[in-house]
Design a protein around this ligand. Structure first.
Ligand code: FUC
Length: 815
């Protein structure tokens, strides 16, 4: 089809304009050192190494993580098998029994449940709890978590005054435009500065201590660790070395970790005593620290996670390579690398400014108490927005593991939920912002991670699943809780573990990467994985005897229950996966019998339903919980159809609009409360429902109720998904492209009536710059990176035009 610009006023900007970050001066800052890890220390990181800086005087603590430091797995138990229990025959028997019992249960429910519409509204009842027999069938589908392990802290770097004394003028800041942390203070008439960053290109923590008078820096350096199986020593005068293994790693093949801390003074004297290094009367001190383990991501089914390389050799090599570099060289390399990602996009909200130079805690307090100026509130929202991008760049880079429940930052040996990879919302939410906010490179770790689970997930599929007729299934699967040791078996938590749709959902990362970047080779490389995830469901779907439709069975609405068949969340995810596979097959010109099977299954899937209470149904049956809400339960996964799924798009058809109305009803009944990530998801839901003010209300609520002093999201406790999900949701308010067109300012709240952004990405590989006043776009530039046809909706107009790769198009231009 030949596309034409529908209105005049379409300008071709011939030269490609490099988009530079427009907003500068985004900083978190405080006038006190941190004392609490979770809420006050500030994060820095490069995807490999994370650090939480306390910035204390007279003792500074820098808590350090290495992304692969996990207990459990084959290092603990050489017979580790990814959590699989029982024989396949036994598991299949439990599954078949559960399926039949659940079909009976829902048949009885529908036959016997009376829905009443009376003066007090609509009343129904809930599925009764599972009887003992059904419960035993479901328990028969569980796995074994004994060797699951946990992400753990590596060490604490200590920097202590040799002669502590009072200090004044203290200030601590994290400059997220440059990914540098800094503290300044005065002590005995000397002004001191300490800077910290973690460089990705050099893979090193860099800390520099300076003073405004010569010979005035005297410090003691040492390493401590919550790890108990360690060896710490000083060697080569100025290097502290730590080597060790997680305490439960006893197998011949186990995880080994190593860290070095090199202290390089300018002037003064350096002495090493036991495990400590002391520097007296220096002008300046540079501290370099790197860490590594022998972990390798296994891409096959044999659990070979340990390389032959000694991690200490790797660390030494890293430090040797950079020892010749000056601080300025290290800093410049770091900044160049960081800014090459961070500066790809920016947002300016109204007159955002920290106009009274408030510290971040005061800004947050003022936001909560409604005592901030408008400019201050907007500044905090803008800071919080970009902080999400800062955290992703700091915790997820090429060749690292993906960001876990706490990104890369975890304290002690037992962080909440093992700081693992939860996949009924959390890991997915971590990556919603990646493509939209122009950080595709940071997206790749999660795709590699999912790929690494496929070989074991294929075994899991066969071990735990069979076709409704008992035959073997194709494909691969994993469930709710995942570690770095390919635990693809189900967990043991009755009210959450059964979530085989997790694997299907994670395929969305592959498809979204393709949609945003249009990289056909990438799609080709990952196609089979998506197809096999779909074939798993083709083989597993159960025909509901009540209406002949295909449903997931068993099916458990995430963490909400009850066990039934065809819960909306599962149906939505399976439908989205089938849709992605059909579209990917089209894009790659593949028309095979398997693709036909996927198409046929999609046609027969049980779809979304609107309930008698006007709600968007969470279950296939009318339950009371659905009609009256359930104490603001945090999960609303049944709205997956809307977000992050793309099957329901308001404004596209009458039917879509009807579903959208039902979803509003559901969200209103559920209420805006919930945990951190739950609020973040609701920002996204309301943005897709085109209610910018409601999205903004949730932005304010997440900032007021679910954000710690260091701007970490709190579930509680600290969980990073809420940070990432909020940035994604705020982007959805500005640009959407999940349908057939790019929509500019689809859900603009009144609070953001004026503003601009640069470099937001849209599907089709477009980059968008826009400026607006009074809610109207006054300037809009679309840069086409792949030369796709483009349809844009803006200011109530629709533009549709052909593009050339590398060209920019001004649809509105400021006079
Ligand atoms: C899911 C959520 C919980 C928590 C956990 C880490 O299970 O339902 O609220 O976020 O992940």
């Amino acid at each position: 089809m030949k596309l034409k610009a529908l209105i005049t006023g379409l300008f071709l900007t011939s030269s490609f304009i490099l988009i530079q970050g427009q907003v500068s001066g985004l900083k978190l800052n405080y006038d006190f050192p941190a004392t609490v890890w979770e809420s006050e220390a500030l994060p820095i990181g490069n995807g490999h190494i994370g650090a939480m800086v306390f910035g204390g005087v007279p003792v500074d603590v820098i808590q350090v993580n290495e992304h692969t430091l996990w207990s459990g797995g084959p290092g603990k138990n050489p017979k580790y098998n990814g959590g699989h229990l029982r024989t396949a025959v036994e598991n299949h028997q439990s599954l078949q029994n559960a399926r039949r019992a659940l079909q009976e249960k829902v048949r009885d429910f529908r036959a016997n449940n009376t829905i009443k519409v009376g003066a007090s509204g609509v009343t129904s009842s809930d599925y009764s709890p599972e009887d003992e027999q059904l419960r035993s069938y479901i328990e028969g589908l569980m796995g074994d978590r004994t060797d699951f392990g946990s992400y753990q802290s590596l060490s604490n770097i200590h920097i202590a005054d040799t002669q502590p004394s009072a200090f004044t003028n203290y200030s601590r800041e994290l400059d997220i435009d440059n990914a540098i942390q800094k503290i300044t203070y005065s002590q005995a008439g000397v002004n001191y500065t300490r800077e910290y960053f973690v460089s990705y290109p050099d893979n090193v923590i860099v800390i520099r201590l300076t003073a405004d008078k010569p010979g005035k820096i005297s410090k003691k350096f040492y390493l401590t660790s919550p790890q108990t199986n360690i060896n710490v020593r000083v060697n080569d005068y100025n290097i502290i070395t730590m080597e060790g293994s997680p305490a439960d790693h006893v197998a011949p093949k186990k995880l080994k970790f190593a860290q070095q801390l090199k202290v390089i003074p300018v002037g003064g004297t350096l002495t090493a005593n036991e495990n400590k290094i002391t520097v007296e009367n220096a002008d300046e001190i540079l501290i370099l620290s790197s860490a590594a383990t022998n972990y390798v991501q296994s891409m096959d089914a044999d659990f070979s996670f340990f390389s032959k390389k000694n991690p200490l050799t790797v660390v030494k090599h890293t430090l040797n390579r950079i020892t010749q570099k000056t601080y300025t060289e290290l800093l410049n390399t770091h900044k160049q690398d960081y800014k090459s990602l961070y500066d790809r996009m920016s947002v300016t909200l109204g007159n955002a400014a920290n106009e009274n130079n408030k510290t971040t805690d005061k800004l947050l307090q003022g936001y909560k108490n409604n005592t901030n100026t408008t400019a201050e509130n907007l500044y905090l929202e803008q800071l919080y927005y970009q902080y999400g991008r800062y955290l992703l760049i700091s915790s997820s880079r090429k060749n690292t593991l993906p960001a876990n429940l706490q990104g890369i930052w975890a304290e002690g040996l037992n962080p909440p939920w093992d700081s693992d990879y939860h996949t009924n919302i959390n890991l997915q939410m971590n990556y919603w912002l990646a493509e939209q906010t122009n950080l595709a490179d940071c997206h790749l770790p999660v795709i590699e991670y999912v790929k690494s689970l496929v070989p074991r997930g294929t075994f899991t599929a066969q071990h735990y699943h069979c076709k409704p007729d008992g035959g073997p299934v194709r494909g691969w699967v994993f469930y709710l809780e995942n570690n770095i040791w390919a635990n693809t078996a189900p967990g043991t938590w009755y009210t959450a573990f059964y979530f085989p749709a997790a694997a299907a959902w994670m395929c969305q990362d592959v498809w979204e990467y393709y949609r945003f970047n249009q990289d056909k080779q990438f799609l080709e490389e990952n196609y089979q994985m998506m197809l096999n995830a779909a074939l798993f469901w083709v083989d597993n779907l159960w025909r509901d005897t009540r209406d002949g439709k295909l449903v997931a069975n068993p099916s458990y609405s995430p963490e909400h229950g009850q066990y039934s068949i065809g819960a909306s969340s599962d149906q939505a995810i399976i439908c989205e996966l089938f849709d992605m596979v059909i579209k990917a097959s089209d894009a790659l010109g593949k028309s095979t019998p398997e693709v036909e099977e996927v198409k046929a299954a999609k046609r027969q899937l049980s779809g979304p339903h609107i309930g008698i209470g006007g709600q968007f149904m969470e279950w296939k049956d009318e339950l009371q919980m659905d009609i009256t809400g359930d104490n603001e339960h945090r999960h609303a996964n049944h709205l997956f159809w809307l977000h992050p799924g793309t099957q329901i798009i308001p404004g596209r058809s009458q039917l879509d609009d009807l579903f959208a109305e039902a979803m509003k009803k559901t969200l209103n009944v559920r209420g805006d409360g919930g945990t951190g990530w739950s609020k973040a998801w609701k920002i996204n839901f309301w943005a897709r429902l085109r209610d910018g003010n409601r999205s903004h209300k949730l932005v304010t609520e997440i900032l007021k109720e679910s954000t710690l002093t260091n701007l970490f999201d709190t579930h509680p406790p600290f969980q990073i998904d809420g940070n990432f999900g909020s940035t994604a949701g705020m982007t959805e308010m500005l640009v959407q492209s999940q349908g057939d067109c790019i929509e500019i300012l689809p859900s603009l709240p009144d609070a953001w009536s004026t503003g601009s952004f640069k470099g937001i990405k849209a599907r089709g590989n477009f980059e968008i710059d826009a400026e607006w006043t009074d809610g109207k776009v006054i300037s809009l530039k679309i840069t086409s990176n792949s030369g796709n046809d483009c349809i844009v909706k803006c200011n109530g107009e629709t533009f549709s035009f052909e593009t050339k790769a590398g060209n920019s198009y001004d649809l509105y231009k400021k006079e």
